[in-house]
Design a protein around this ligand. Structure first.
Ligand code: GRF
Length: 209
């Protein structure tokens, strides 16, 4: 069984979708631990409801980013993960941390990367008059919200959309996209070569949700 460690900061709806898919589809992998940098993250409750070990590591208790990331790596590695999944983990990571998990750390970002890295992606997409938006799952590299793209889902931006309605549509797409991508990884179906990701079985890696 491949061991997945999930990092969260918030409600953990993507975490929940991944755990459910791993069980329903009987993946050769399971989420073995959920780590949050916030004690009040709703996703911790969700993890406990699934019987998954949880840990809280408050970044405010550390002198700097490097100290927090070093401690975080220690907590993660205690669970011997094959894959680290960032699911709404709202921290910028040091290059050392990223290098440690190179090729085995995934993130979901609520935009069609490389457009709209960073925060407020939905507001910015609406302001720019975009007609489509979406979500991207990518391997994590040192540059924020960059890295080899594993899969993308596209949703329409509808007339009358505001940040809230668009965010809801994109999040629903993430709940399909992210479990699919994580499932591919744990089944050994992805190849990462020269900064590009291919699905060995030819599964479509981009689609309209
Ligand atoms: C998602 O929109 C994700 O793309 C972003 O933060 C949100 C996390 O949602 N990085 P949840 O905690 O998985 O519900």
């Amino acid at each position: 069984m491949k061991r997945i460690v999930v990092l969260i900061s918030g409600q953990g709806s993507n975490l929940d979708a991944i755990v459910r898919a791993s069980e329903a589809e009987d993946w050769p992998g399971r989420v073995v631990a959920v780590i949050s940098n916030r004690a009040d993250a709703g996703g911790l409750q969700r993890a406990r409801a699934h019987g998954i070990a949880t840990e809280v590591l408050d970044h405010k208790a550390f002198a700097d980013r490097a100290a927090f990331d070093a401690a975080l790596a220690g907590v993660i590695d205690a669970h011997s993960p094959d894959l680290v999944v960032l699911a709404g983990f709202m921290r910028i990571l040091t290059p050392e941390f990223v290098a440690r998990y190179e090729g085995r750390m995934l993130n979901v970002h609520p935009s069609l990367l490389p457009a709209f890295t960073g925060l407020h992606t939905h507001r910015r997409a609406i302001e720019q008059g975009c007609k489509v938006a979406g979500a991207t799952v990518h391997f994590v590299c040192a540059e924020l919200d960059h890295g080899p793209v594993v899969a993308q889902a596209v949703v329409p931006v509808l007339a009358g959309d505001d940040e809230t309605t668009l965010a809801k549509r994109v999040l629903a797409a993430e709940h399909v996209l992210y479990p699919r991508a994580v499932g591919w990884f744990v089944k050994g179906e992805l190849r990462l070569q020269d900064g590009r990701v291919t699905h060995l079985g030819g599964e479509p890696q981009g689609w309209f949700a």
